[in-house]
Design a protein around this ligand. Sequence first.
Ligand SMILES: [Cu+2]
Length: 679
Amino acid sequence: MTDTEVRSAAAGAEPARAPRQAHPLDPATAAEFSAGRRILADAGLLTESVRFAYYGLEEPPKGDVLGCLAAGGPGAQPGSGTRPGGGPLPDRRLRAFLIDVVTGESADVVVSVTRREVVASRTLDPLTDGQVPILDQDFALAEEIVHADPGWRAAMARRGLTDVTKIRACPLTAGSYGVADEQARRMVRVLAFVQAREHDLAWAHPVDGVAAYVDLIERRVFKLLDELDLPVPRESGDYDDPGVRGPLRSTLRPIEITQPEGPSFTLDGHLLEWQGWSLRIGFDAREGLTLHQISLAGDGEQRPVIYRASIPELVVPYGDPAPTRYWQNYFDCGEYLVGKWANSLELGCDCLGEIAYLDATVTDDNGEPRTIGNAVCIHEEDFGILWKHTDIFNGSAQSRRQRRLVISFFSTVGNYDYGFYWYFYLDGTIECEVKLTGVLFTSAYPGDGFRYATQVAPGLGAPGHQHLFSARLDMMVDGPANAVDEIDTGGLPAGPDNPHGNAIAQTVTRLRTESRAGRRAAPDRGRLWRVVSTERANRLGLPTGYTLYPEAAPVLLAAPGSSLYKRAMFATNHLWVTRYDPAHRYPAGDFVNQHPGGAGIGEFIAEDRDIDGADVVLWHTFGPAHFPRPEDWPVMPVARCGFALKPTGFFDRNPTLDVPPPGAQCHAAEPAAPPGNGR
Ligand SMILES: [Cu+2]
């Protein structure tokens, strides 16, 4: 993968106006997207039939950003928001995946908005690179193509479905199975759902057994599978319909969240500060929310913890082996761009309390900026007890309230809705939680004993599947020199050193190289992974650290050797550790749609570099294996998954002793008489 240097044809032409200099990690602005688009157009790369399948900030390498900040560039002083001057600022660059929808030719292009030129361009080879992500227009196009196809219409008519305007078509990513007539085509596989009324919930009425394979460039169905004929489930799933949901309950009294003095955080541009925490907020069409330069005050200074945190991939593999379904596995970031489908959040509906919102700027198929208002929600929450003790000897009775800073966004990708929440706590804990809701992907239920789906309504099945998220955590615990230890806790066998068999001990194993750092969780041993500084120690002489607490749900369940196993290798372990490389951004590779596999993590660890005392990136796989419940239908109550990172020896003691009691009544002013009858 060698990028070729390309000189812009715009040199000497009317220059695009350079937008105001941003912090190197600020998200791309509408003005920058427009400027980049003009540079691409001037370079002759945007003909009438060229579309943008992805368009986003090409972040500068970490070294360039840190170098700029050390030299006093923007953000060097928290809250400054202006450029004190001195530091060489990295170029503002944008990356675009372009596709000519007439020829099918795709390219990966980088443009410097600062220098007003195209700096790299590479034409993709569909056999080895696969395809760029799904376009917005592919949704309507896929439906148009199947509606016009005589074979597909005949298959529908055989099922009594003669009015195709009442059939919705889903353009589903195709995967890569080495099938001759699928090679090198830009294609989707289309499953259909009946929407008899305008407000009907189509997912309740799957037309099972028919799959149309659509070539998006030739704009035709090139293969039609018509395998089995199960009745279309009839029961309405329209949960907005009073006839379906029943009368609304009237017994819930209001809960109001008030913060009469306002919230305790400050937001200056994209710099967020709260209770010693400092971080920058980014947003990208592919990854959604990205968090940068997370640091925490301690020992009189601002101490780095994570350089960059995001969820750059999530794959949802389905487990029904039917010929019309075996290929169902969706990479929602790499194939559909989860950030592009972010919701605009509503105060009082999606977020309660004193909320600060950030808009997100993404682009449409033509690379024109589109603003998603209120895409990112920032607020504080009370989170119950922080610590509490009633002392039996000195009578002290103290309680403190925990609080967290919440940064979140919600994205709708097809039938599912995902809420991505990052929490920062007073005690230094960081949590990532994904809330899974929306509507199940459905099938017709063939009958009792069918193993691959749950019957969720009469004749309606919901196939078992997984949601496997990959968190990319570019760690920087007290600086870039870090190492990762695996920590197991277990009971020791009885013996001369343990005569009563009660001994419990921890086993600490340093993960020394990339190939040996592909690890699985072990809940029976309470397995944890600790990222430690190899340069800084606490007052007890132990390295300062942050510990990853995994949830330990099953990793990828697809069989080794399967196409999906190769394409979603990142999901075959709960943890990978790699040495930082600016090119290693996406765990399933840069190009995921129809990619034959082997990209991403497998490539990243191929050199088997040393990771002990290095600048390390953690890739953590999490998320549930989901065999739906009837209660998940017709709309699913939120299911949660995620992980926590807790300071471990990062502080010298509990860092929250200075949190005041929440009210005078919470403080036992006079020591009470010791309890008990010891007199
Ligand atoms: Cu699910």
